[in-house]
Design a protein around this ligand. Structure first.
Ligand code: GUN
Length: 285
């Protein structure tokens, strides 16, 4: 049997379409949701991501303010810009595209963003809130993964969930979110022993390690849900995930493709966080 293909493009569009109404309500109240997008340097992949983010803002009706700064921008200059954006009442979200040039300390920059505008959910305050189950901004890729699972009516409660990868932006937060949804979560990483056996017990397997086709059919339990966060460029130029899709699709019950699975969800959840921030700000008017 072939797995259900989890269509991230469709779900992402559905979410953005739902947000159009919310944005329109905010505008009726005199609040124009606004996202400041800060890009430093010429990283090609970052330029593409930023372009997609601006396009999504346009689609949803969010105003985007683009700050495209040169590679030699100093840490102090960037901190100054963030402080200005923190103070502006008409800016609801601040996104600093990563990676930053080597001479800038990323941690220092993320710490400078006011947590009430931290729509990427990377500030330690946001991460802390997530870890103790308080409301706050959740980083977009992990939030998008949970949203995909829920919108396909796949139960998390009581299920064995295995996450491969322990990064701060995917592995750790998605593990916390799956726990919050009452899954029983195991986090695997480069030092995990018998990783294949551990994965084979998973009802829900999330893979976020950045290694092309690492997960083969021998890792997958019959009927499992497989979420592939990988985005790897092969020598032939083709994109592929961390999961060997063709063979795993015959064993899994549901699986995300690459591209078109988790990727589009990241931007939809960013839009969601921006609207949420603008709503919070409108409620205090
Ligand atoms: N670089 C790669 N992914 C992301 C992301 O989700 N947010 C930011 N700010 N930078 C990134």
């Amino acid at each position: 049997m072939s797995a259900i293909v989890i269509d991230g493009r469709k779900v992402s569009k559905d979410i953005k379409d739902e947000l159009i109404d919310k944005v329109s309500n905010l505008k009726d109240k005199g609040v124009l949701p606004t996202l400041a997008v800060v890009l430093v340097g010429n990283d090609a992949a970052s330029q593409v991501y930023v372009k997609h983010k601006k396009k999504a803002c346009e689609y949803v009706g969010i105003r985007s303010l683009a700050y495209e700064l040169s590679e030699d921008t100093s840490e102090d200059e960037l901190l100054k810009l963030i402080n200005e954006l923190n103070k502006r009442e008409d800016v609801h979200g601040i996104l600093v595209q990563l990676p930053l040039p080597k001479h800038i300390n990323e941690d220092k920059i993320l710490l400078a963003i006011n947590p009430s505008k931290d729509v990427d959910g990377f500030h330690p305050y946001s991460v802390g809130n997530l870890s103790i189950g308080r409301d706050g901004f959740v980083s977009c890729t992990p939030a998008g993964i949970i949203e995909l699972i829920k919108r396909y009516n796949i139960d998390i409660e009581g299920k064995n969930c295995v996450v491969i990868g322990r990064s701060n932006i995917v592995g750790k937060p998605v593990s916390m979110l799956l726990t919050k949804e009452n899954g029983t979560v195991t986090m695997c990483h480069s030092r995990t022993k018998n990783i294949q056996e551990v994965c084979k017990r998973a009802d829900i397997l999330v893979v976020a390690i950045g290694r092309a086709n690492f997960v083969t059919k021998d890792f997958i339990k019959d009927g499992a849900t497989v979420i592939d966060v990988g985005m790897n460029r092969l020598d032939n130029g083709k994109l592929c995930g961390d999961v060997s899709y063709d063979e795993c699709a015959h064993v899994a019950g549901a699986i995300t493709p690459v591209p078109g699975g988790v990727g589009p969800m990241t931007i939809a959840m960013l839009m969601n966080n921006c609207v949420k921030s603008a709503e919070i700000s409108a409620s205090s008017l």
